[in-house]
Design a protein around this ligand. Structure first.
Ligand SMILES: Cc1cc2nc3c(=O)[nH]c(=O)nc-3n(C[C@H](O)[C@H](O)[C@H](O)COP(=O)(O)O)c2cc1C
Ligand code: SF4
Ligand code: SF4
Length: 217
């Protein structure tokens, strides 16, 4: 994205919402690439399992500080990715319908953007208040640092390395044929959801479902 966006004036910037905030990896990405965003027009898409208040607003405020202008925001309810918690679990059909609904919402948003009247979900004062008082105050510290809580069951691990390639943080390596974490987890759940031996957990102690978008298309 950084390499390819140089010459473009408009950017669509999309990410999932964690605890009504930006995932740490997204926060660091914006901070590390401030000059790329300067002068750009940005349409923000925030995905969420249920509700986020100002999911789009969280990055909008940071991006504006980098000198970007925010042209719109879209909130999409998507299948939950937290495989080791019971909450928010939906049937395959319900998740399929969620994805369809999100696709339709994207089409409508693209149409209104073309007509010069972009949607502005998650942007502005009242959304900010909803994000702050609805959730962020209670989970203030949850995404401040990378997590060291990822648990890998060494008995179950067969050393296939799928988690190593899946991790966007290079947080997992193979040592003596077993996966090991290094305390730099952004909590994206990719390794948890793709491990063929269900050897990885993060928030919970056991897996209820291995979630992946491919199952719900
Ligand atoms: C650590 C974490 C925190 C989350 N916090 C929220 C939240 O505050 N509100 C919400 O609606 N969804 C929340 N979710 C659900 C995700 O936003 C949702 O599953 C996400 O949009 C899926 O995108 P992904 O699979 O591309 O990561 C959270 C998910 C994770 C992993
Ligand atoms: S994906 Fe699972 S089995 Fe494969 S190396 Fe990682 S923890 Fe071990
Ligand atoms: S959940 Fe797994 S894949 Fe995602 S950042 Fe943490 S260790 Fe990496």
């Amino acid at each position: 994205m950084v390499k390819n966006s140089g010459g473009r004036e408009e950017i669509v910037f999309a990410y999932p919402v964690y605890f009504s905030k930006l995932p740490k990896i997204v926060y660091d990405f914006i901070h590390g690439n401030q000059s790329v965003f300067s002068g750009k027009k940005i349409f923000i898409i925030a995905t969420m399992g249920l509700i986020s208040g100002d999911g789009a607003g969280c990055s909008a405020r940071l991006l504006a500080k980098c000198g970007a202008s925010i042209i719109g925001g879209l909130h999409l309810k998507m299948p939950d990715c937290i495989g080791d918690e019971k909450a928010l679990k939906r049937t395959k059909e319900q998740n399929h319908l969620l994805v369809k609904g999100a696709e339709n919402k994207i089409k409508e948003a693209a149409e209104s953007l073309k007509q010069g009247t972009p949607v502005r979900e998650g942007l502005g004062f009242w959304y900010h208040m909803a994000g702050l008082f609805g959730q962020r105050l209670y989970f203030y510290n949850k995404t401040k640092k990378y997590s060291d809580k990822l648990h890998i069951d060494r008995e179950k691990c067969i050393g296939c390395g799928i988690c190593v390639s899946a991790c966007p943080m290079e947080n997992i390596s193979l040592q003596s044929g077993k996966a090991r974490q290094q305390g730099r987890c952004t909590m994206c759940y990719r390794c948890v959801n793709y491990c063929p031996k269900q050897a990885i957990t993060l928030f919970g102690k056991k897996l209820y479902e291995q979630c992946s978008i491919e199952k719900y298309l």
